[in-house]
Structures are given as structure tokens and as C-alpha cells.
Design a protein around this ligand. Structure first.
Ligand code: DC
Length: 319
């Protein structure tokens, strides 16, 4: 582990505050930079090269200005001073930074909805990392109910068993590795039509969202039902064909084989069930920002989402 203190000396007073940018060199972890409205800010960072090398290149940022048109040239090396420091010094800087009154304070909720395979999960993870919010993939809660029924060889339309399973869902123990199987997703979409099951899970999801400092939640009904007062609502979508192509590529990337037409049919069927159910169907909230990722890489979607969030934060800070 190498500890680095970066002082960022940019001087533009018009900078909105409370923005977090990553040093985007992919070989580093925990690489967050914060800068503030007074234009005088630097920040403490911890850089650890994933490849174990000692080669730190703190000036090597990219993407920082994208989605943030008023800022130019913040990539410029000369605006940085990077010093290698001891762990104790780092911890001191880090604590100071976290205690800063300009650190993102208060409560913040980002609601992300959209159909299966649109990229909302990845986007939610990136946003939660970036803004240091808790993260909940609410699909996992429905998957956990389906999984419990399957494990006990119970039919998916056994509503009282599904309610019991929903009550037993432990939000701290949602095991993505177990729950991510395709068949469980299908089954989850079936148990998700029952209003009583939904009510039990929605209560748990709301309690999660209320936990400081707030959360990014992704699902189907977050902006409409679970967190109707979310600070930011995003509706992430992509054409069924693009989603099917992505899923096929994903399967092939891990050495599997699949049939495009079958995947597409699956996706269309799942969309119909999720959008067509009577209780909390998948649809954009009236005040959601729409992000169509059909022709957009995840990085571009992240930058677009980040611009929306930064804008809301800047407005909130001015208020
Ligand atoms: O996002 P996912 O594929 O893990 O979701 C699985 C199913 O769970 C989805 O097809 C419908 C249901 N679901 C829901 O009804 N409401 C949510 N907020 C999240 C998921």
C-alpha cells in the first residue's frame, strides 16, 4: 500500500462544490478526489496499484471534465502536487477531509429503474462508489424469495410461502453469486407480481434507503413506489435487441453458448411481465431522467448520470 497526498491547486471560484471525481487510472483503487466551491482545494488520496507496482501517476486523470462543461483543463499535471506520505499522515488527512463541512452531508437517495439488462446495476454500483452511498440491488430481494421457494420445492404461486420467505429476507445476506442465476431471475419476476410479497420487501428496501448517508437503489419501482421522494431518479433503458446482444456476449465471454433468438424472447417476456403487472409495474417516474444506453457505453452512461447528480447537488448546496 502506498499513501499519497494530492494537493489540487485549481483556482476557479465558480466550481460547484461537493463533487467527487476519480483518478481514473485503472491501476489504482480508492482513488477519490474531492474539490470545493472556494476553488482552493486539494485532497488526500490513497493509491494502491492493483498490479503491485510502485508506479504512481497521480497527474494521469481523464474524464474529469466530461459532464461538467464549465471546467476546463483540470487534467493538467501542473495543478497537482503529489507527495508520498506515511500511513499515519494519510489517515490524518483523510479524517480531516471527512470531517470537512463541505463533505457531502445530509441525506441523498438515487433511484434507478429499468428493464433487465439495461446496465442499471453497473451504473448503480459506479454511482454508489463515486458518491459513497450505500447500494441496494432490489432485484436481489425478489430473487431471494424465489430462491427460497425453489429450494423448498414449493410452487412459485404459493403466495403465503412467498410472504414468509419475504419476511425472512435478510438484507445483509443477499448473496449475489447464488442469486444471479438466470432461472432465479425468471422466478423472481413471477413472485414479484404478488402485492403482499412486494409490500413486505418494499418496507425493507425503504428502511435500507433511510440508513445514512443514503443510498443508490436499483430495481423496477424505486422512483415510483419505494422512494418517490428520491433526490435523483434515473430510468435506464436499452432496446431489447441490444440487451439480448449484451447478454449473449456476457455468456460467451465466460465460455458458454446460447441462442440469440431465445435470449431475446426471454427478455421480451420478462419485460412484458415486469411492465404489465397490476402492482407497481416497471415504468419511468414522471420526474425521472431517461438514459437510453442502446448506443452508449457504460462509461458514457455513468458520466451522463454523474452530470445529473452533480447538478442536483450543486443546486442543493446553493439552496
Ligand atoms: O433486476 P433483476 O433481474 O435482479 O430482477 C429480478 C426480478 O425481480 C425482475 O424481473 C422483477 C422483480 N423486481 C421487481 O419487481 N421490483 C424491483 N424493484 C426489482 C426487481
Amino acid at each position: 500500500m502506498k499513501y499519497v497526498y494530492v494537493h489540487w491547486k485549481h483556482e476557479r471560484a465558480e466550481e460547484p462544490s461537493h463533487l467527487w471525481y476519480e483518478i481514473a487510472d485503472d491501476t489504482f483503487q480508492n482513488r477519490t478526489i474531492e474539490f470545493y466551491a472556494d476553488g482552493s482545494v486539494g485532497f488526500a488520496l490513497r493509491g494502491e496499484a492493483a498490479d503491485g507496482s510502485d508506479d504512481l501517476e497521480i497527474g494521469g486523470t481523464r474524464n474529469s471534465t466530461e459532464g461538467f462543461p464549465n471546467v476546463e483543463e483540470i487534467n493538467s499535471d501542473r495543478e497537482f502536487e503529489a507527495l508520498e506520505i506515511t500511513a499515519a499522515e494519510f489517515n490524518q488527512q483523510w479524517r480531516k477531509a471527512l470531517a470537512s463541512p463541505r463533505h457531502m452531508t445530509g441525506f441523498f437517495t438515487i433511484a434507478i429503474d429499468g428493464p433487465a439488462g439495461a446496465g442499471k446495476g453497473t451504473l448503480a454500483r459506479r454511482l454508489a462508489d463515486h458518491y459513497r452511498l450505500n447500494l441496494l440491488d432490489t432485484g436481489l430481494t425478489y430473487r431471494a424469495v424465489a430462491h427460497a421457494l425453489i429450494q423448498h420445492a414449493l410452487p412459485l404461486d404459493n403466495v403465503s410461502a412467498a410472504e414468509t420467505a419475504a419476511r425472512q429476507v435478510d438484507m445483509a445476506k443477499l448473496d449475489r453469486a447464488v442469486l444471479s442465476a438466470h432461472a432465479i431471475g425468471e422466478a423472481a419476476s413471477k413472485v414479484a407480481v404478488y402485492p403482499t410479497v412486494r409490500r413486505i420487501l418494499v418496507e425493507k428496501q425503504r428502511a435500507f434507503a433511510r440508513t445514512p448517508p443514503g443510498a443508490v437503489l436499483d430495481g423496477r419501482d424505486i422512483g415510483t413506489v419505494v422512494c418517490p421522494d428520491a433526490d435523483i431518479k434515473l430510468y435506464v433503458t436499452a432496446s431489447a435487441e441490444v440487451r439480448a446482444k449484451r447478454r449473449l456476449a456476457e455468456i460467451e465471454s465466460i465460455g458458454g453458448t446460447a441462442n440469440f433468438a431465445e435470449i431475446l424472447a426471454d427478455i421480451v417476456r420478462r419485460d412484458e411481465r415486469d411492465m404489465g403487472r397490476a402492482d407497481s409495474p416497471l415504468k419511468p417516474a414522471a420526474d425521472a431522467h431517461l438514459l437510453d444506453t442502446s448506443e452508449m457505453a457504460i462509461e458514457a452512461a455513468f458520466l451522463a448520470a454523474m452530470a445529473i447528480v452533480d447538478d442536483a447537488l450543486a443546486r442543493r448546496n446553493k439552496a
